[in-house]
Design a protein around this ligand. Structure first.
Ligand code: H79
Length: 444
């Protein structure tokens, strides 16, 4: 039975992944007990990401679990979080139901180590978020740490409380991981996707059992790549990793705005909007999705610097979303070692994202298709821009001022599928371009 449910046609998979391929941009939320120490334990700044504090400071289970008694995020407001995601132009929301620390941020019957049973807050924020997402038309999704659980004596990861020799991973997997995933799949309505992490020592069979559980309870639910053994529906890039070139197939980069996932009070290294917007466009031009994280405080507040940046991205997307949502990757694969421009595509259209506004003319390198029309996406009238097309070269005359201070989009309507001439490379002949392997990477 498990085997049967793992097999589906390409058409079925296309149907299941349709919304996610269209979405391109999602909100990641890391929220848990680690937001209380917020990177500082007993007066000591603990290096590394905030949600790893229990591990990095070797905090015993009996001590760490006391944090639950203080967890009371009275300022939490599901509708506000979802409104921010919506205004940011994000189409799905993935929140930590349980991170490696083992604490369930929802009402679990499997264990009392959860937000309803162990905290003064005693509310299930996931119920409220699921409802708010449904209302806003945002896909609601869970992150679940299926292999690491530093609270459970049989799970992976806690080497300071538990002796690995005496551990029985299967016991944890059967008595906690699977039953909790079942709860997530049955108590919160339809989930857009389940986001697993750090597969470590999970067996292929255990991975397949997890997939079968998801397919059985929510056949439409997408599964991310980190379930392990290549069993997921799409490829997961490393945390904050952007590939140097176009990657075929479905993939996603999970990323931070500062340098932590879970809230850290002393991490002020916020990436500027310019950088975040470049990453969004860069990822989409290479065929991926951008899952951008916020780490709310223990009071339930999304840090202001995150909020501001997301709203700025949302304002850009309001004007330029057509060049992001539902687009395909760039045909200019030899031009990804610069940061001046990127390209995304739709049938019959090229979207040129210009991060530097050239004086006079923008030269599109090596485009062989007849150009029918060019205009600025920000121009509501779509006034045509002058285009000079010679053999293998397209020059677009631009107005003196860029419509956007960071990234302006020029739309090129072309005839046929994009045909781009390959540039002659050292020891390599030129010719019509089809497939170029990754070569160089832009600064991240
Ligand atoms: O949930 C976030 C991370 O906590 C999780 N994935 C993202 C989405 C993650 N778990 N493990 N890893 C990522 C890789 C682990 C890297 C490590 Fe380290 C290097 C563990 C110890 C050294 C990074 C630096 C984490 C702690 C210190």
């Amino acid at each position: 039975m498990a085997q049967n449910q793992l097999v589906e046609s390409q058409r079925q998979k296309d149907h299941r992944l349709g919304w996610w391929r269209e979405a391109k941009f999602g909100m990641f939320i890391h929220w848990g007990l680690y937001a209380i120490p917020a990177g500082v334990w007993k007066g000591q700044e603990i290096p590394g990401v905030g949600e790893w504090i229990m591990n990095r400071a070797r905090i015993p289970v009996r001590e760490y679990e006391q944090l639950a008694k203080q967890f009371n995020p009275v300022k939490f407001n599901a509708e506000e979080w979802v409104r921010l995601a919506k205004e940011a132009g994000m189409k799905y929301l993935v929140i930590t139901a349980k991170h490696h620390d083992g604490f369930a941020m929802y009402d679990s019957k499997v264990s009392d180590y959860d937000i309803v049973d162990a905290t003064p807050f005693a509310r299930d924020p996931m119920k409220e978020l699921a409802k708010a997402c449904q209302k806003a038309g945002i896909k609601f999704c869970f992150y679940y740490s299926h292999v690491q659980d530093w609270h459970h004596p049989d799970a992976a990861g806690n080497t300071w409380d538990y002796d690995p020799e005496k551990q029985n991973f299967a016991r944890y997997f059967e008595e906690k991981a699977k039953p909790q995933v079942r709860e997530l799949l049955t108590q919160y309505g339809p989930l857009g996707l389940l986001w697993f992490d750090t597969p470590r020592n999970i067996s292929r069979e255990q991975g397949e059992e997890m997939v079968a559980l998801v397919r059985q309870l929510q056949p439409y639910c997408i599964i991310n790549g980190r379930i392990g053994h290549g069993l997921g529906d799409y490829r997961q890039m490393g945390d904050n990793q952007i590939p140097p070139n176009v990657v075929e197939g479905d993939w996603e980069t999970p990323a931070t705005i500062n340098d932590t996932w879970g809230y850290k009070k002393n991490d002020h290294n916020w990436k500027p909007v310019e950088v975040l917007l470049f990453k969004l466009v860069d990822i989409v031009s290479k065929g991926g999705n951008y899952l951008l994280n916020v780490g709310p405080t223990a009071e339930g507040i999304i840090p202001q610097p995150s909020g501001e940046r997301l709203l700025a991205l949302g304002r850009w997307l309001k004007v330029n979303g057509e060049a992001i949502y539902g687009t395909g990757p760039t045909p200019f694969r030899q031009h990804l070692n610069q940061t001046k421009w990127r390209c995304t595509t739709k049938p019959g259209k090229l979207y040129l994202h210009l991060f530097e506004w050239p004086e006079g003319t923008f030269e599109v390198p090596g485009l062989n298709n007849p150009v029918k029309r060019a205009y600025l996406l920000a121009d509501p009238e779509h006034k045509p821009l002058a285009v000079v097309q010679t053999e293998g070269k397209v020059g677009i005359t631009l107005p003196p001022a860029a419509p956007d201070p960071i990234c302006s989009v020029v739309v090129l309507e072309i005839k046929g599928k994009p045909e781009v001439t390959i540039l002659p490379l050292p020891q390599e002949a030129g010719g019509k371009y089809r497939e170029v392997p990754p070569r160089s990477s832009p600064p991240n």
